[in-house]
Design a protein around this ligand. Structure first.
Ligand SMILES: Cc1cc2nc3c(=O)[nH]c(=O)nc-3n(C[C@H](O)[C@H](O)[C@H](O)COP(=O)(O)O)c2cc1C
Length: 240
């Protein structure tokens, strides 16, 4: 990469923030629910015994889970795989983003007893601090299942990860191309990261695109566009 290109990439996150400020847009404007508390996640692992080739070879959409809870370490690993920071200096993340505009947000809907030592509720992932922020307490898994056209695996899963988009973060730079292409390409990257991370953790997941947008928004309490609901549970029989 030549120096000019490198400089452009380095400046992009700052330029994005300034651009959004100029159009009077604040990401937190989109949140309807007020944060009720914070859960500091254990640091994610950045290495494992499971190769990426193996994960690619065996990955499948899994809709049938053990009735077992996840650990906080597994939740930490999953949200990191989705949008964790891997370059603190420039804020780059595990998934690529057009012009480093990062339009996606990550929510975790935790079922009652779904995660050891974590209260049931709806959490927002704060990627900078690697923290979960509790937005709503209570078990919303059934409501979410209904919003997903009664797909049972949503109700059965220990957690559901919901990926939403704030299109303006990308469209102010790239216009309509950001809306119809880039943001949707990005959620695909995030989905695949979660699939591969699940294999490495002995978990199973499936990406869900069939849901009532307004119902999912209402459950989360955000005015952002939900793009994927991803139920995750312990995979029956494991992967290895
Ligand atoms: C954009 C998209 C939307 C999807 N929506 C759903 C869905 O609503 N429900 C579901 O059970 N699976 C859904 N899937 C998963 C596909 O059914 C699955 O990927 C496909 O059957 C291939 O199986 P595999 O993932 O195991 O290779 C979706 C996949 C994609 C990429």
């Amino acid at each position: 990469m030549n120096r000019r290109t490198l400089l452009a990439y380095i400046l992009l996150p700052t330029v994005s923030a300034v651009g959004l400020a100029l159009i009077g847009f604040k990401p937190e404007d989109r949140r309807i629910s007020k944060p009720m508390g914070r859960v500091v996640l254990p640091p994610p692992r950045t290495d494992s015994e499971v190769s990426v080739e193996y994960a690619l070879r065996v990955r499948r959409s899994i809709r049938d889970y053990e009735d077992k809870p996840l650990t906080l370490q597994q939740v930490s690993q999953l949200v990191w795989a989705a949008q964790g920071i891997t370059d603190k200096r420039y804020g780059f993340r595990t998934a690529p983003s057009a012009g480093a505009t990062y339009p996606l947000e990550v929510y975790v809907v935790v079922k009652k007893g779904g995660v050891i030592d974590l209260e049931e509720g709806i959490y927002h992932y704060l990627y900078k601090e690697h923290v979960l922020e509790l937005l709503k307490s209570g078990d919303y898994s059934r409501e979410l299942m209904e919003a997903c056209l009664d797909q049972e695996w949503v109700g059965d899963a220990s957690i559901n990860i919901v990926i939403t988009a704030i299109y303006e973060r990308t469209t102010w730079r790239y216009g309509e191309r950001g809306r119809i292409r880039y943001v949707h390409m990005e959620v695909g990257h995030v989905g695949q990261n979660i699939y591969l991370q699940c294999v490495s953790l002995g978990l199973g997941c499936v990406v869900i695109g069939a849901f009532y947008d307004d119902s999912v928004k209402k459950i989360l309490g955000v005015d952002e566009e939900p793009l994927y609901v991803i139920p995750v549970g312990v995979k029956k029989g494991g992967w290895l």
